[in-house]
Ligand binder design. Structure first.
Ligand code: SF4
Length: 288
């Protein structure tokens, strides 16, 4: 039975099994996880096309799992398709070399930000920012080698850091000026000082950490050289339905709307980042 009030379907949904309710915060996640089914309508997401085949339904179920506010519903969930949707997260993501995964399972406490997993051939996998903790996701990440470094781009996207770090015995990496007692990140194992650039403490030159003040005072980005991929946190935002090669295709931008420190510094940092360092940028947020 569908509960009353905010959890009722919005009228913009196409009739059928999947629907979005009135609690959507318009984070855009569902629209790039399952772009065939979800679109932006009247200021929020709606199911504009019901998924007709198994592949599309599995994508739509991944949107259900990843919605930070549990605003997407399916009146019937095929158990096998739900299992396939869970098994498909983290989802392999197209980069210059294999090994980058989109984690899904967004958390409302990180404002719906995306989290990424970088699988490094020599071990020492990196998780960039925090997805919502879930044992199913944790098991899948363990199968990919677990997490050694939990890289926190800045203070906004850290919710759940203790649980992820404790589960995998991971070391949290954050700039010391972004670490707070209120969030518990002042207990992070690696607190960077100054303006870098830095490598991870294991010394691997495949990863470079870049100081990118602007969105917050000591925001960091992470460049994975083998993947030619830049993980930007909230320093850069992307537009919906991204394709590989975000920077080259002009799909990323600096948001003046979501800036808590200095827009001028954020714009300046953005220019330096796109000068030939990477072919793709993967942010925490998508704009619409
Ligand atoms: S994923 Fe984001 S945009 Fe989609 S229904 Fe949930 S809150 Fe709304």
């Amino acid at each position: 039975m569908i509960p009353p009030g905010p959890l009722l379907p919005i009228i913009q949904n196409a009739p059928g099994n999947f629907y979005v309710d009135h609690t959507c915060i318009d984070c855009a996640t569902c629209r790039w996880v399952a772009p065939g089914s979800f679109k932006h309508v009247d200021g929020q997401a709606a199911v504009t096309s019901q998924p007709l085949d198994a592949a599309a339904r599995i994508e739509a179920l991944q949107a259900v799992l990843s919605c930070p506010t549990f605003s997407i519903h399916a009146t019937h969930r095929d158990p096998a398709e739900l299992k396939a949707a869970q098994a498909g997260l983290p989802r392999p993501w197209p980069t210059a070399a294999p090994g980058v995964y989109y984690c899904g399972w967004h958390s409302e406490e990180t404002f719906g930000g995306a989290s990424w997993l970088i699988v490094r051939p020599e071990g020492g996998n990196v998780m960039v920012d925090c997805p919502r903790f879930n044992p199913v996701l944790a098991k899948r990440i363990a199968e990919l080698g677990g997490v050694k470094w939990l890289f926190l781009t800045h203070r906004d996207d850290v919710a759940g850091h203790q649980r992820w770090a404790s589960h995998f015995g991971a070391s949290r990496v954050i700039h010391e000026r972004e670490a707070t007692a209120r969030q518990g990140t002042d207990a992070s194992e690696v607190q960077l000082t100054g303006t870098g650039p830095w490598t991870l403490p294991d010394g691997g030159d495949d990863v470079q950490i870049i100081h990118t003040p602007g969105h917050t005072s000591h925001h960091l980005c992470l460049l994975s050289r083998p993947h030619e991929a830049l993980f930007t946190g909230d320093h850069l935002c992307a537009h919906e339905e991204p394709a590989p090669g975000g920077v080259e295709e002009g799909r990323v931008e600096v948001s003046s709307q979501f800036n808590w420190y200095s827009f001028e510094k954020q714009v300046g940092g953005g220019h330096s980042l796109v000068k030939g360092r990477c072919t793709a940028a993967w942010p925490a947020f998508w704009l619409w």
